[in-house]
Design a protein around this ligand. Structure first.
Ligand SMILES: [Zn+2]
Length: 82
């Protein structure tokens, strides 16, 4: 196998350090790109952003996100009118 370019990431949540190959990154950073966030959002004045998440935190986040969006879509008043 040839050489592989890897990027070191530090999890914004638990500070774990992982190495990812560039192909594994969700969106490979390009020169001059602004920071790429896995998640950023505001809710009632609270602001949260995670630039990088380790594999463990990402899977926790995946589950929370799926649950949250599922519940929100189900109880949407727009859908209920139909
Ligand atoms: Zn983590």
């Amino acid at each position: 196998m040839g050489q592989q370019q890897v990027t070191q990431i530090t999890c914004d949540r638990c500070k774990r350090v992982e190495h990812r190959s560039l192909s594994e990154l969700r969106a490979a950073p390009k020169a001059g790109d602004k920071s790429h966030y896995v998640f950023m959002g505001t809710y009632k004045g609270d602001y949260a952003e995670f630039e990088d998440l380790c594999t463990g935190c990402l899977s926790i986040f995946d589950n929370h996100w799926r649950e949250m969006t599922k519940v929100l879509q189900k109880s949407s008043p727009i859908r209920r009118k139909k």
